[in-house]
Design a protein around this ligand. Structure first.
Ligand SMILES: [Zn+2]
Length: 281
C-alpha cells in the first residue's frame, strides 16, 4: 500500500523538461547529402528473405536504402563499424537524443566510447505518418529485437527464426564466426517500418500493423564504414504476433549507392567522441 500525499496532484502537474535538449547536436548537412545522392549510382543490392537476415557493407560516404518490395514487412536493423564490431549501434542513447522513433535528419549513434553518428537518415517515405492517436509511430528505437529467449520465458517455445537468431546466423556466415561469437555482437535494433508505442494507461510496449506499403523506403548516409545486418521479422507487418511462422512475411530489399567522387567535398567521417576517458583518475 502506498499513501497518497495531499499534494499528489500538484506533484503530478509539474511540467516535464527534455533530458537532452538536442539543439547543440552536430547537424548533418542534408543539402550536401541530397545533392550527392542525386548523382549517385547503385553499386550493390541484397534481397533479405522472409524470416531470415542478410549482411551488407557500406563504405563511409555511400548511401543505403531499405525498401518494402512485395508486401508490408518490418525489418530489424543492426549496424557495426565494419573494421571494429565492438563499435555498434546504441539504440538507448539514440532514443535519448532523438526520441522514440527516427526520421529524416536523425542519426544512428554508436556505443561508448565512440558515441558518434554511424548513419544519418536522408529520406523516409513514411515521414508523413507522424504520431497517431495511440501514441504510435514508425522506425522505433524503443523495442529490442524479437528473440527466442523471451518466447521461451513466456511460452516455453523453441522458435529459431526470431530476428535475434536471424541476425546471429547472418553475422556468423558473413564474418566466418561461430554462432556463439556472432551472438555476442547482436544488439538492440532500429525497427525499420515497425509501428510501435507505449500504451498510455499501462505504459506497455505495443505494436500495430505497419503503414508500410511496397515501394516505401528508408534511406541512410553512411558516416563511417559500416557492416549492416537486416532481418525480415517473422512478425511480417507486426499486426498480430511475432516469434512464429503464422504471420505473412515478405522480403526486404537493401540497395547501396555510391556518389560521384567530388560530390562530398568538405565532408569528413566523424571522429570518435572527445571525452578523454580518464573517468576521474
Ligand atoms: Zn523481429
Amino acid at each position: 500500500m502506498t499513501t497518497i500525499p495531499e499534494d499528489a496532484e500538484a506533484r503530478r502537474a509539474v511540467a516535464p523538461v527534455i533530458c537532452y535538449p538536442n539543439h547543440t547536436l552536430p547537424r548533418p548537412d542534408l543539402p550536401l547529402y541530397h545533392a550527392a545522392r542525386a548523382e549517385a549510382r547503385k553499386i550493390d543490392e541484397v534481397v533479405v528473405a522472409p524470416r531470415d537476415a542478410s549482411c551488407f557493407e557500406v563504405e563511409a560516404g555511400h548511401f543505403f536504402r531499405i525498401t518494402s518490395v512485395e508486401g508490408p514487412q518490418v525489418g530489424d536493423l543492426n549496424v557495426w563499424n565494419r573494421e571494429d564490431l565492438s563499435e555498434r549501434f546504441y539504440s538507448g542513447k539514440t532514443r535519448a537524443l532523438h526520441g522514440t522513433h527516427l526520421s529524416t535528419g536523425e542519426r544512428m549513434w554508436s556505443s561508448f566510447p565512440h558515441l558518434r553518428p554511424m548513419a544519418t537518415i536522408t529520406a523516409d517515405t513514411l515521414g508523413w505518418y507522424g504520431i497517431d492517436a495511440y501514441g504510435g509511430s514508425v522506425h522505433d528505437v524503443i523495442g529490442t529485437r524479437c528473440d527466442p529467449y523471451t518466447g521461451n520465458l513466456l511460452a516455453g517455445s523453441q522458435y529459431h527464426h526470431c530476428c535475434h537468431s536471424n541476425l546471429t546466423r547472418a553475422l556468423a556466415d558473413h564474418g566466418g564466426l561461430s554462432l556463439v561469437e556472432a551472438e555476442r555482437h547482436v544488439h538492440d535494433v532500429l525497427n525499420v517500418f515497425m509501428c510501435t508505442g507505449f500504451t498510455r494507461d499501462t505504459g506497455q510496449y505495443f505494436m500495430k500493423a505497419s503503414p508500410v506499403r511496397p515501394g516505401d523506403f528508408l534511406e541512410f548516409f553512411a558516416e563511417i564504414d559500416l557492416l549492416g545486418a537486416l532481418s525480415a521479422c517473422p512478425g511480417g507487418d507486426c499486426s498480430a504476433e511475432h516469434s512464429s511462422d503464422i504471420s505473412p512475411c515478405f522480403p526486404l530489399l537493401v540497395e547501396v549507392f555510391a556518389p560521384e567522387p567530388e560530390a562530398l567535398n568538405g565532408w569528413h567521417s566523424p571522429a570518435r567522441n572527445g571525452y578523454d576517458g580518464s573517468h576521474g583518475r
